[in-house]
Design a protein around this ligand. Structure first.
Ligand code: MG
Length: 168
């Protein structure tokens, strides 16, 4: 694609979606940030559902499958793993294919807890791991007005979108 600046750019977009069940007494980690709450995500890894959706968006942009193919939850290698390590590995795949991340946008669906105080820390931590300016990393949060599994506090869902670019 030729941009209005005259440079030829190869652009790729990807989306990701993930859901984790909530259970009492587990740590809640979103976007690499530990969030005080009575419940946390049930998972083979640290349960960072935000990072998992983001990894799937990046992998989707590269048409490289999904996080489960690269980091299977049947492998002891990934048991309890800090999901920031997975995101770092996926960023390595982006670089290896010659792409740079332009921006990412994530929407967390959670009834509880209130995530507003943690939005900036999550953006800063994700930006740090991806070596991006924080202005290129968006995290938004919404409830589902008490509807569905999210509204009943049975789980947290995350949608993520990522845009990649490469000089060509
Ligand atoms: Mg997951």
């Amino acid at each position: 694609m030729r941009t209005n600046t005259g440079y030829a750019m190869d652009l790729r977009i990807g989306n990701g979606y993930d859901v984790h069940q909530l259970s009492d007494g587990l740590p809640l980690i979103l976007g690499g940030v530990r969030i005080p709450h009575t419940q946390g995500c049930v998972a083979h890894s640290d349960g960072d559902v935000l990072i998992h959706a983001l990894c799937d968006a990046l992998l989707g942009a590269l048409a490289l499958g999904d996080i489960g193919q690269h980091f299977p939850d049947t492998s002891d290698d990934f048991k309890g793993i800090d999901s920031r390590i997975l995101l770092d590995k996926v960023c390595g795949m982006v670089s290896q294919k010659g792409y740079r991340i332009v921006n990412v946008d994530c929407t967390v669906l959670a009834q509880k807890p209130k995530l507003a105080p943690y939005i900036v820390p999550m953006r800063e931590e994700l930006a740090r791991v991806m070596s991006l300016p924080v202005g290129n990393v968006s995290v938004k949060a919404t409830t589902t007005e008490r509807l569905g599994f999210v509204g009943r506090c049975e789980g947290i869902a995350v949608y993520a979108t990522a845009l990649l670019e490469k000089d060509c």
